[in-house]
Design a binder for this molecule. Structure first.
Ligand code: S3P
Length: 431
């Protein structure tokens, strides 16, 4: 798909079915592979990112079968991975390369892993440092970038205080800890998404919490929980929640959404701004809380409260900041601080959100660690440069719904990195 043209709409109603959560799917893909026993995973994300994870695990000798309804992974156990023939390819996926590196650091063979142009520009020092301290050998381009060559084996446990609030780094170190002598402790001053801790517990390899300390034992053995189900991706739901606030009298039911509190800061932010999102049919799936979300739009009016985001909430809403910037521009304005991490995502999301909002005629002040956007703005029809970043493509497709004419989303196919059916779902709600 090259570009897509999105016209404004006066109607947005219906039921939204989301892809399986990307973070949870990656973890099921990796943890099932090194577990004992066979795991059947329903609603596994069909995203390009999670497909990259499955391809890497298959290249490491793990039997994986995809049927119409589920992924079946025959675990090879902690010591059953095989040296791949060639270089592993994580594609666009930071979660794949960073989490998998933790596992690879524990293997008694050398592996090389790389990714696409975007991933090869993202910092890897943050995982190389702790893994090297545990005893792994890692060589990177310019000491920071993929391709990585990882020679593993003979790791020992460490205490590691995270220098950045990153669930990917936390998970990488905990996974390496499964292969290390003794205990490995990660100290996490700012909470980040906790899918790894929850899922390792479900696989019988508990992570012990003690205040900010998370500890795993190198003796732990993963056992398949058998049948699992991935909840719908909250970060995908975020686009539709905001879309509903832009279109008069919108009415959406978003089904089967993961509502892990380490991910749902957006709900608190929207609530504070004055947008009510109802949680219906709350339940649990695969150790994660799930609900259906009901959101009803406004009656053509706009919310006026200015949002101030900074500090600990940033890690919780990190993937939602592009769409929250759109929300702020339409409603009461937004100030985002302490979000330097956005500069090293799939794109420099601070620069790209600012540039694209300006293209739509919105006033933005860009700072090193965030941006300030004026509220109550009129969105002009524009051409959006996505730089191949899925969340930029989707955030500006939502902004386009409230623009004064058609908006061209360049390289819109990148949405498939996390949400292959995004444009079909959006179209279905307008007709
Ligand atoms: C993820 C963690 C976050 C997030 C990414 C997925 C994960 O990255 O931005 O989309 O699955 O662990 P960081 O932990 O590096 O901030």
């Amino acid at each position: 798909m090259s570009s897509v043209s999105i016209t404004p709409t006066q109607r947005l109603a219906g039921t939204v079915t989301l892809p399986g959560d990307k973070s949870v799917s990656h973890r099921f893909g990796m943890f099932s592979a090194i577990a004992e026993g066979t795991t059947h995973i329903a609603n596994f994300s069909g995203s390009e990112d999670c497909t990259a994870t499955l391809n890497c695990m298959a290249a490491l000798g793990v039997p994986i079968e995809r049927t119409a309804d589920e992924i079946v992974i025959q675990g090879v156990g902690k010591h059953g991975l095989k040296q791949p023939d060639g270089m592993l390819d994580a594609g666009n996926s930071g979660t794949t390369i960073r989490l998998l590196s933790g596992i690879l650091a524990g293997q008694p063979f050398e592996t090389r892993i790389t990714g696409d142009d975007s991933l090869r520009r993202r910092p890897m020092r943050r995982i190389m440092d702790p893994l090297a301290r545990m005893g792994a050998g890692i060589v990177a381009t310019d000491e920071n970038f993929a391709p990585l060559a990882i020679s593993g084996g003979n790791l020992h446990g460490i205490d590691y205080e995270l220098p950045v609030a990153s669930a990917q780094v936390k998970s990488c170190v905990l996974l390496a800890g499964l292969f290390a002598a003794g205990e490995t402790t990660v100290i996490e001053a700012t909470p980040t998404r906790d899918h790894t801790e929850r899922m390792l517990g479900a696989f019988g390899a508990p992570v012990v919490h003690n205040g900010t300390r998370l500890t795993i034992s190198g003796d732990a053995v993963l056992k398949s929980p058998g049948d699992c189900r991935v909840p719908g991706d909250f970060s995908a739901a975020a686009f539709f929640l905001v879309a509903a606030s832009l279109v008069p009298d919108a009415d959406l039911l978003i089904e089967n959404v993961g509502i892990n509190p380490s991910r749902t800061g957006l709900l608190d932010v929207l609530h504070e701004a004055g947008l009510a999102v109802g949680l219906e049919n709350e339940r649990e799936a695969g150790g994660e809380p799930v609900a259906d979300l009901r959101v009803r739009g406004l009656h053509g009016d706009r919310l006026t409260r200015r949002l101030e985001l900074g500090g600990d909430i940033i890690a919780n809403v990190i993937d939602e900041l592009p769409i929250l910037s759109v929300f702020g521009a339409f409603h009461g304005g937004i100030d985002i601080r302490d979000a330097r991490e956005l500069r090293v995502k799939e794109s420099d999301r601070i620069a790209l959100v600012a540039a694209n909002l300006r293209r739509m005629g919105v006033e933005v002040i860009e700072r090193e660690d965030g941006l300030s956007v004026e509220g109550n703005q009129r969105f002009r029809s524009a051409t959006i440069d996505t730089a191949g970043d899925h969340r930029i493509a989707m955030a500006f497709s939502v902004a386009a719904l409230a623009a004064d004419g058609p908006t061209e989303i360049r390289d819109a196919g990148c949405a498939a990195v996390s949400f292959p059916k995004f444009f079909d779902v959006l179209a279905s709600l307008r007709s």
